[in-house]
Structure formats: C-alpha cells, structure tokens
Design a protein around this ligand. Sequence first.
Ligand SMILES: NC(=O)c1ccc[n+]([C@@H]2O[C@H](COP(=O)([O-])OP(=O)(O)OC[C@H]3O[C@@H](n4cnc5c(N)ncnc54)[C@H](O)[C@@H]3O)[C@@H](O)[C@H]2O)c1
Length: 272
Amino acid sequence: MKVSIIGGTGYVGLITGLGLAVHGNDVICMDTDHRKIGALNSDELPIYEEGLAELLREAKARNKVAFTTDIKTAVKESDILMLAVGTPETKNGDTDMSQLIKALKSIAGHIDNYKTIVIKSTVPVGTCDMARMIIKDNLKNSLVPFDLVSNPEFLREGNAVKDFLTPDRIVIGTDTSESEVIMKELYGPFAAPLVLTDTRSSEMVKYACNAYLATRISFVNEISEISEKVNADIHAILEGMKLDKRIGSLYLNPGPGFGGPCLAKDLKSLVH
Ligand SMILES: NC(=O)c1ccc[n+]([C@@H]2O[C@H](COP(=O)([O-])OP(=O)(O)OC[C@H]3O[C@@H](n4cnc5c(N)ncnc54)[C@H](O)[C@@H]3O)[C@@H](O)[C@H]2O)c1
C-alpha cells in the first residue's frame, strides 16, 4: 500500500514509516525538519533505537522508503496519510494541537482523490471529528471524499522497534467500513489482535492505557513509602503482589516516579 507519514522523522513517525516499509508498503516519510530529512537521505538516523539502523538499511535496499520535506508529493503519491506530529502539553497541561492543525491544513490543500487520513499522534477524544472539519474547510474541491481514522501508538522508548513490529494489539478507530477495510489490509501482515472500534473510543484507549500505567507506578510508590514507615520490605511485598496473575509484574517497581515523554503529559491531557 502507499503510505505517507507526516512527521515522518519524529520518534513515532520514523519507526512507523520504516516498520511499514519493511512489511512491503511504499512509504514516504515527510517532515518539515530539513536537517533530519537530509540526515536520513545520507543514511544517518536522528535517534537511536535497537534495530532501527537495520530497518533503515532494509527499507532502503528494497526501495520501499523515501524521505522528503515536500508535502505535495507526500499527499499525491499515497492513499494513506498518517499523521505522527508532536502533541506536547501547554502551560495549562492541556494538549498543544498546533502541529496537528498545521499539518492537517497543509495536506488538505493537495488532496484531489480519496485518502484515508490516519491520526497516530496521541490526541484528545474528538480530534478525528475536529480534523474532519479542518480538512473539509481546506479542500480545494469540496466533493473529494476522505475518511478520518484513529490509530494510536503504544511503543516504549528503548524497545520501540520490537513494540512496533510485534505489538500486543493494534487499535483502529474508524467511522466508515471503507477505511476499516483499508486499515485491516495495512496491518494484515502484523501478527497481533486488532481492536476495531469508532474513532472516539480508539482515541480514549491511549489515554486509558497511559493513565492506568501511571496509576500502577504511583500506587507502588505509595505502598513503598508506607512500607518504609512500618519497617516492611517492599521487595517481598512486590514479590507477593506480582505472582498474583490478576496483578502481573510490569510497571510495578518503586522509584522516583514516572518519566519518559508521554505518561505525565497524557495524564494531564486526560484530566483536562
Ligand atoms: N515518543 C513516544 O514514545 C511516543 C509513544 C507513543 C505515542 N507518542 C505520540 O506520538 C506523537 C509524536 O511523538 P514523537 O515523540 O514522535 O514526537 P517528535 O517530536 O519526535 O516528532 C514529531 C515530528 O513531527 C514533525 N512535524 C511537526 N509539524 C509538522 C508538519 N506540519 N508537517 C510535517 N512534520 C511536522 C517534527 O519536525 C518532528 O520530526 C505524539 O502525539 C506523542 O504523544 C509518542
């Protein structure tokens, strides 16, 4: 399939683009960052992740990936336009949508046949509906059909290539059967359960997961603090907890809190 990733040199965009390319799709990674596009065209990666250099080599050797700053080419050449631009937090803790809105407006001006527009960025519930309006308002020909799809990403830094290629599940939110068929075909080669739902539920899955993971870390830190006060051994307590199949062992280690690029910002966004 022909796929363009908008924000295609970013952390999620690059891993997604190369992952889809090695599965046989023709991928264009488009980004406004000339420096990163130049680097990738010279075979230099802007980030380190285990296995990413091999993915780049394979995708290039099979002529399955191209890197460009040209939005027109990215829109014209592909049937699926996947947005993986940043959605950082604002000063108030809500989501800064400016990169996404700008990217939507820039693709809309070049759409002249049916496109499946996929939002991979983590976005507040209702964003696909908002994006649909933005595209509609900025189309040159208002009769051109398109669909909006939500497809959140769950990869973890340090394990991102593996997480993308062998995910626990793939969440796809669509509001039309045509776009559902296209997304099922795109992810057909991945051996993972598909969670098929509407766009709003799909957008919410991402927040629910990150809020739950943050809750587990915060919970174990609370238990650790109480344990210290009552002279109990947190390691023994955790062993007792983790062997309970209903609880499981991941995201249950005491520490200084949670970090990384997403948990804190997504939690604040959900609260908003
Ligand atoms: N980093 C993670 O581990 C992770 C995991 C899951 C989901 N996410 C979500 O994925 C999204 C992207 O995160 P990231 O960490 O990859 O961000 P990033 O900042 O690494 O990448 C964003 C990219 O978008 C590009 N960009 C911005 N505006 C553009 C435009 N108008 N047109 C084309 N390109 C444009 C930027 O140049 C940049 O390369 C966010 O919504 C984030 O919450 C991130």
